[in-house]
Design a protein around this ligand. Structure first.
Ligand SMILES: [Zn+2]
Length: 268
């Protein structure tokens, strides 16, 4: 009974907490019945912070409408298509919505080519007001603070740390272990990272990724409070059972690890 009461109180606390994180696409590489490609969203008063735009991005406009939010800031880690192809769904954004897309300044020319004909409708043609913005590595002061640092991947990929509403959230995907990962995750209230590899898996030097054990060690080393694993490789570990297995492997080192699934919502 006591455990039930605690669970209920926890659910109520989470429902009342201001900031929610919505996991809208949790597969890496390609979509399957288990999940869409990467997209997560953090709700702030009047604004949604969107982490990557895989095809889970299809759920963002409806989420904004449901939450009564008209502004979205999208942060892209890199332009591999599992993280950016969802931008062809920008026409789902309604009139009156304002969308800013942030990417490392080196990727801005490529992003401008991607959000344009012949790939999709251009930013200027959208119902919503859509603008593209270059980010430098280091700290940027928007209505919140965001720090961007390069990670370790086959093409340049960038991790983020957001300071907002008194919380620190790190988002580091598509990377092997690296120093900047530790810098971004240090003491974070929540670390969202990838889990491409199977438990016990080894990263390919040319295409670095993380196993659940590596992610857990990085989270523990950085002193993060909570860890959510996402970006599960669609080929190697599709299906709920493999995610549970990855979660169990991570929990040996980091007991507060959670394997994300599409539709999961957490409060912090
Ligand atoms: Zn990816």
């Amino acid at each position: 009974m006591k455990a039930k009461r605690i669970m209920k109180a926890k659910r109520i606390m989470e429902a009342k907490s201001k900031m929610k994180i919505f996991f809208l696409g949790t597969n890496g590489w390609f979509a399957t019945r288990t999940g869409s490609t990467p997209c997560a969203a953090i709700s702030l008063p009047g604004r949604l912070i969107v982490l990557d735009a895989g095809d889970g991005f299809q759920r963002v406009p409806a989420l904004m409408a449901r939450l009564g939010i008209s502004r979205a800031d999208i942060f892209l880690s890199h332009l591999h298509l599992d993280h950016a192809a969802g931008l062809h769904l920008l026409p789902l954004m309604r009139r009156g919505m304002r969308v800013r897309i942030f990417v490392h300044k080196g990727y801005l020319p490529a992003l401008k080519r991607l959000v344009a004909h012949p790939y999709t409708a251009s930013a200027a043609e959208q119902l919503a007001k859509v603008t593209l913005h270059p980010l430098r590595t280091g700290v940027s002061r928007l209505p919140y603070t965001v720090r961007m640092l390069p990670l370790d991947h086959a093409d340049p990929c960038f991790g983020y740390r957001f300071s907002m509403e008194g919380k620190e959230i790190a988002y580091c995907t598509d990377t092997g272990p690296c120093k900047n990962f530790g810098r971004l995750a240090k003491g974070a209230d929540l670390l969202i990272t990838e889990c491409t590899l199977l438990p016990g898996g080894h990263s390919m030097p040319a295409w670095p990724h993380l196993s659940p054990e590596m992610a857990a060690r990085l989270a523990a080393g950085a002193g993060a409070a909570r860890l959510v694993l996402t970006h599960f490789d669609a080929k190697q570990q599709d299906g709920a059972a493999l995610r549970t297995r990855a979660q169990a492997a991570a929990r040996k080192t980091f007991p507060r690890a959670i394997a994300a699934k599409d539709g999961m919502v957490i409060g912090i």
